[in-house]
Design a binder for this molecule. Structure first.
Ligand code: NAP
Length: 257
């Protein structure tokens, strides 16, 4: 069966981390394409604001599911929703947050939470979505990783490890589900202007140390990622400079392991 272009498909897209940043940009982009969406995050008020805004602009169905993906209850709620949503055609695992500091000094609660949100939740949601998409005849999954997945830099051990997990998870699953007409993308954005760098973990982070022209906008990331779904490649790095950095880092990792 031929895969339906996501821009023309009339199914439901589920987006985690839709209350802010890249996830919110995906929700806006998909609603503008008249795609029905289900939006997930902890902050229900933000999801309601977004839903109200999008409903005034577009003729789409918007479903809100508040859930904390650092909890088993939150993960099960979304997992069950996915299994029951027979017209699910796009899953975007975008929820995430940063964790900085020397590994041995990290708070163990934060370590568990980031592993649950970045690894456990996306793995369980992919597992739930694949049978639904297989039965539907096609589907798309975007796992939001990071360019940082290729930079194992000091003070970022857990964050980069969870992000490289998403790259390998996506690559391996793609080999299994190509026969079901399912496309997986590991989206690896570089620095992006969102709420990400405004949390407690980044309170001592000087944003001006990152050159201005490296910062990308979340709406650009979302558009590029959706356009790239037609490509065969699993790993997608948006932005030319980020692509160059990604390639150079991988070469560097081979030469200086
Ligand atoms: N910004 C960057 O420079 C950058 C670069 C590469 C990759 N990324 C990745 O992009 C993704 C989105 O981040 P962003 O930049 O858009 O940051 P953001 O604006 O801070 O958005 C993060 C989203 O994740 C949700 N989230 C966090 N913890 C959650 C939890 N326990 N349960 C449910 N939802 C949770 C937040 O919603 P609630 O707080 O309402 O729950 C929010 O919607 C992340 O996976 C991040 O690692 C970001």
């Amino acid at each position: 069966m031929k895969r339906v272009d996501i821009k023309k498909s009339k199914g439901v897209a589920l987006i985690t981390g839709a209350s802010s940043g890249i996830g919110e940009a995906f929700a806006k982009e998909l609603a503008a394409m008249n795609h029905d969406i289900t939006i997930v995050a902890r902050r229900q008020d933000k999801l309601e604001q977004l839903s109200a805004e999008l409903k005034t602009k577009h003729n789409v169905n918007i479903n809100i599911i508040p859930a904390d993906l650092a909890t088993e209850t939150g993960i099960e709620k979304i997992e069950e929703y996915i299994s029951c949503t027979k017209d699910l055609d796009l899953l975007i695992n975008c929820a995430g947050f940063g964790l900085r500091g020397d590994f041995h000094n990290l708070d163990k609660e934060n370590i568990s939470q980031i592993i649950d949100v970045h690894l456990k939740a996306p793995s369980r949601f992919c597992k739930a979505a694949i049978p639904v998409m297989r039965d539907r005849g096609y589907g798309y999954i975007i796992n939001v990783s990071s360019l940082a997945a290729f930079f194992p830099f000091k003070g970022s051990a857990i964050y980069v490890a969870t992000k490289i997990y998403l790259v390998y998870l996506s690559k391996a699953i793609q080999k299994e589900v190509r026969r079901y007409n399912i496309k997986i993308q590991a989206l690896c954005p570089g620095v992006t202007n969102t709420g990400f760098h405004y949390t407690e973990a980044f309170k001592d982070f000087d944003r001006s140390t990152v050159p201005k022209n490296l910062w990308m906008q979340p709406d650009v990331i979302a558009k590029k990622s959706i356009n790239a779904l037609k490509n065969r490649k699993v790993v997608y790095i948006p932005g030319f400079k980020n692509k160059v950095m990604g390639v150079l880092t991988q070469i560097g990792n081979l030469i200086f392991p």
